[in-house]
Structures are given as C-alpha cells and as structure tokens.
Ligand binder design. Structure first.
Ligand SMILES: C[S@@+](CC[C@H](N)C(=O)[O-])C[C@H]1O[C@@H](n2cnc3c(N)ncnc32)[C@H](O)[C@@H]1O
Length: 285
C-alpha cells in the first residue's frame, strides 16, 4: 500500500531542477527561493506534475521551458504564498480611521474629493475589503459624495478570482467585529450556509486586476495610500529598493506607504517620514 507521502516521495527533485525553478521564479516574479524552501517547492509542484501526468520534475521543467505561455500562470499561482486575513495588522486600519482619512477629508473637501488607495499585493481580497470597510466606517454617508476608489492587484490569478467573487468561508470572519459582520457580510444559504458574501457596496469601491509588481504599472497617480504588505519579504534588496522608488513616484505629496510587520524601507527610509508602526509618509513638497 502506498500512502500519499510515499507517492509524493516517488518524485525526485534534483539540484539542477530546483536551481532552474529558483531562477525561473526569480525572473518571472522577483521571488527569491533558497534551500529552505525546497520542501515547499516540492509539495506545491508535485500537485501540478501529477495533474499533468508527467513522470519527473525534469519533465515538468522542460514543459516550463518549452511552453511558458501555457504553464507560467499555474506555476506562479502554485509558488506564491497567499496568507492573509481581514484586518490583519489592525493598527494600520486604526491609523487610517483616526489620522489619515480625517486628514484627507479635510485637505480634499474643497479640492476634488478624490481618494485613491492601492492594495498592491491583495491576495484573496481580505486586505482591500478591510480598507473598504474602514472607509465606510469613517466617511459614512459622506462617501456617496466623494470620488473614492481602491485598486487591488496581485500576480496570482486564482486569488484575484476569489477576491472578485467576495465569497469566504464563515470562519475567515471570526475575528471581524460583530458590527462589521452584520453590516457588510451576508450569510449564505443551503449549500453555502458555511459561507459569507461581502456587501455589494464594498465591491463597488474595489477594482481587482492582475499585476506583476516587477512589470510596468499602468495606473496614473497620484495615490493617497499604498498598501504593500507582506510581499517585499519575498524579494531581494535590489528589487525592494526599485519598488520603493516607484511607489514614491506614484504617491501624492503627503501620501502613505504601508508595509507589513517584518518589512522595512532599508536605504529608502531617508525619503519617507515614519509616522506609525510600518507606516511611512512621503513628505509634503
Ligand atoms: C502573503 S500575501 C500578502 C497579502 C496581504 N497584502 C496581506 O498582508 O495580508 C503576498 C501576496 O503577494 C503576491 N505576490 C508575490 N509576488 C508578486 C509580484 N511579483 N507581483 C504582485 N504580487 C505578488 C502573492 O501572490 C500573494 O498573494
């Protein structure tokens, strides 16, 4: 009898194939994989290898080389780590509510009433929906008279589809405050009784689009707040610095760049003012 584990172990990931995979993922997504990620790569890719009924990792690498247009999306979707949650790092949303949105409302009340926010590695959508809830919770009825948009992008097409659909297992909103649960999530019925759907008002604020941060960014600034949380940890220093420069250029004077809990600006620190825990402001001109 073979267990799943035995079956998994029937594939061998040779150094040459692992090195090819590391180079491929770095070139296409900027993600740095090292030896400590070997098991993860093995687990995530054997699924695809089995689906394709391929005999070996080498055969899969060959397929990636010869048919990248067919395979790359599946490969990237399998390799990315999409861990996220509603109101992850709550203090960022508190800062938005207590400081940044009041500041923007004051500054823009007679100046276009336009607010633009970018969730630049949005994963399955919990981050942009948390931003949208914070906007509703802070601006309330005023939101109707304001021109507010959230752009949510990610490289992974699967997670974007989940974000767009806005349907989640109910357990995903366990820690969301009750008043938000009641106001912004609708309980599913019958087969979907264990699921919730986000309110259409939130969905209307958000546009989900596929975007590789390494590629050209089609949107025009200036942006007021950029969330770049828990993604640059996967990149090397050179890629990080390049991104920070591009985020800086896209931000309005006074705009915010928000990073994840274990991330920092490195050398780029000197161009921003640190105004909160992993919250950085581009100086006013
Ligand atoms: C750990 S999740 C972070 C989600 C969310 N920002 C948060 O903090 O909860 C990292 C996301 O970055 C995305 N990602 C990785 N490389 C990327 C790239 N080159 N361009 C755009 N997104 C990328 C992954 O697909 C994944 O969904």
């Amino acid at each position: 009898m073979t267990t799943t584990l035995d079956r998994d172990k029937s594939f061998t990931l040779a150094d040459a194939d692992f090195n090819f995979i590391c180079e491929y993922v770095y070139d296409s997504a900027g993600i740095v994989l090292n030896a400590s990620k070997r098991e993860m790569v093995y687990r995530r890719l054997t699924r695809i290898i089995r689906e394709r009924k391929l005999p070996t990792f080498s055969a899969y690498c060959q397929l990636l080389k010869t048919k990248p247009e067919q395979e790359q999306t599946y490969f990237i979707n399998a390799i990315t780590t999409n861990l996220t949650s509603f109101f992850r790092e709550q203090h960022h949303f508190d800062f938005m509510k207590q400081h940044e949105l009041p500041r923007l409302m004051k500054a823009k009340a007679n100046n276009g009433k336009r607010i633009r926010i970018w969730s630049s590695a949005s994963s399955t959508g919990e981050e942009p929906y948390s931003i949208a809830i914070t906007l509703f919770d802070t601006l309330k009825d005023k939101l109707n008279n304001w021109n507010v948009k959230i752009l949510a992008t990610d490289i992974d097409s699967n997670v974007l589809a989940t974000g767009k659909a806005g349907i989640y297992e109910e357990r995903r909103i366990e820690d969301v405050p009750l008043k938000f649960k009641k106001e912004y999530f609708q309980q599913g019925t019958n087969d979907n009784a264990d699921k919730v759907k986000v309110d259409k008002r939130l969905q209307k604020l958000i546009t989900f689009k596929q975007l590789n941060l390494l590629h050209e960014w089609p949107m025009k600034g200036p942006l007021d707040i950029i969330f770049c949380r828990n993604v640059i940890i996967y990149f090397d220093k050179a890629t990080q610095q390049d991104l920070f420069e591009r985020y800086y250029d896209l931000l309005a004077p006074g705009g915010l760049l928000i990073l994840g809990h274990s991330e920092n600006l490195g050398q780029y620190n000197q161009y921003f003012e640190n105004v909160g825990r992993t919250i950085f402001r581009k100086p006013m001109e």
